[in-house]
Design a protein around this ligand. Structure first.
Ligand SMILES: NC(=O)c1ccc[n+]([C@@H]2O[C@H](COP(=O)([O-])OP(=O)(O)OC[C@H]3O[C@@H](n4cnc5c(N)ncnc54)[C@H](O)[C@@H]3O)[C@@H](O)[C@H]2O)c1
Ligand SMILES: [Zn+2]
Length: 401
């Protein structure tokens, strides 16, 4: 039995060893709406008052500066909303505006500023930190909320496609320290998540596109019908049509939630990471370009690469790689970046060091998800570097011909 360890004493020596064992159930709502802060929309107030409907709840709001700039009346809206539900809600301070995008994750400074607020405003473990913004700021503010007093209640209002369909509904937070992506972070399920589609209207075109790659990803590893639906809706999605976009976000969020909640490893203790399909190359590409390439854009390239590699290594039927790439191009992704064939100091392609870094970050055995069919991911533990560079060449040829 694995639990015995290599020498067997753990199970045999009842005198020396007491076993501690418990599990903690987590349950949180992920709601989809429009105009979340309109006074007649009680979803947020309900989330903040759930489980203790008879008291007044203290909250501090943190806003992504990209959102603050695009929604100049947000502070007034928040104040008016809290006033409407004043029997149950109390705003502790003016919302704090923090940098949006990867910049917020590149240091500990902004996490610390929110920790300072937590202290100054006497936010306790029954008070709330409400974060409104993109995936990067939610990661940083989530870390502050998870660590202040060992965890204060954290409500997320994700405002990008990627944070609504993937990161915001998940259970992780982090900042990048030591030049390593997501080096410092924790697993900490939120109190509640409220996806307001209206926020998406003010995204830059590239941010509207970028998060769709996470939908392609989860469709490819889990849900063929969703992949065909994405093909069918590709033009509408590229034009950001609301009905198709909302379906894509909701289904993608649901598949991520199902994987986290029902696949048996929400806190990623094992080596398998199906939701990281396409991500080893994506993380490397983001780092190599100092985040000039957005996470979702890098994931699209990572999916293209690992789909081609799946074909080259005999796992996926020839032609399906092209089909996957064609979909992502129709959705608006570019599938080439010059950093992909850069040679590192050791003479090895810099991209391939991303495999080692991916393993180091995750711990355990190298586990990369590939495809055997549309909708079916397979775990592999070895990647042939030369074959992977053939996949890179293929992408370059496609992009330049
Ligand atoms: N925790 C997880 O499980 C997880 C999973 C996937 C990705 N992530 C992380 O998410 C991050 C990427 O997040 P993202 O794709 O949401 O982008 P982002 O957070 O980097 O935001 C992109 C830009 O959009 C701006 N912005 C946000 N909302 C806006 C709005 N409504 N209107 C106008 N501008 C707006 C931001 O200020 C920023 O400049 C990466 O750091 C990635 O590592 C985390
Ligand atoms: Zn991702």
């Amino acid at each position: 039995m694995l639990e015995q360890g290599a020498y067997g004493r753990l199970d045999d020596d009842a005198e020396a060893v007491l076993w501690q064992e418990f599990s903690v159930p987590f349950r949180f709502p992920v709601a989809f709406t429009r105009n979340a802060l309109a006074p007649d929309n009680s979803l947020l107030a309900d989330m903040l008052s759930m489980r203790e409907a008879d008291k007044r709840h203290r909250l501090h709001v943190v806003v992504d500066e990209g959102v603050a700039a695009a929604w100049p009346n947000l502070n007034e809206q928040i104040a008016a909303y809290v006033a409407t539900y004043g029997n149950h809600l109390e705003l502790l301070d003016a919302p704090r505006v923090v940098p949006g995008g990867e910049r917020i994750k590149q240091s500990f400074e902004h996490v610390e500023a929110v920790l300072d607020d937590t202290h100054r405003l006497r936010i306790d473990r029954h008070s709330y930190i409400v974060a409104i913004g993109g995936g990067a700021m939610l990661d940083a503010i989530g870390l502050a909320a998870a660590t202040a007093h060992r965890g204060v209640r954290h409500v997320r209002l994700p405002t990008t496609v990627l944070s609504q369909n993937d990161s915001g509904v998940g259970v992780k937070n982090a900042v990048n320290l030591k030049n390593v992506k997501n080096f410092m972070g924790s697993f900490a399920p939120p109190w509640a998540v409220l996806n307001d589609f209206n926020f998406l209207d003010t995204l830059e075109p590239r941010d509207k596109v970028s998060g769709v790659s996470e939908a392609v990803k989860v469709a490819l590893i889990r849900d063929p019908a969703f992949f065909y639906r994405l093909e069918q809706d590709a033009d509408a999605l590229a034009a950001f049509q609301p009905a198709e976009t909302e379906y894509m976000i909701r289904r993608c969020a649901e598949l991520h939630m199902r994987q986290i909640g029902a696949a048996g490893d929400p806190f990623e203790m094992g080596s398998a990471r199906p939701l990281d399909f396409g991500h080893w190359a994506a993380h490397k590409l983001e780092a190599m370009t100092e985040h000039a390439v957005r996470h979702g854009e890098a994931v699209a390239i990572g999916i293209a690469l690992d789909s081609r590699y799946s074909v080259l290594s005999g796992r996926l039927a020839p032609g399906l790689d092209e089909r996957i790439c064609a979909l992502m191009e129709r959705l608006g992704f570019g599938l080439w970046h010059d950093a992909l064939d850069k040679v590192g100091a050791s003479g090895e392609p810099a991209l391939l060091t991303g495999l080692r870094e991916f393993q180091e970050h995750l711990g355990g055995q190298l586990t990369v998800t590939l495809l055997s069919e549309i909708g079916t991911g397979v775990e592999v533990h070895e990647i042939d570097g030369a074959l992977m560079m053939q996949a890179v060449d293929w992408l370059q040829t496609r992009a330049t011909s």
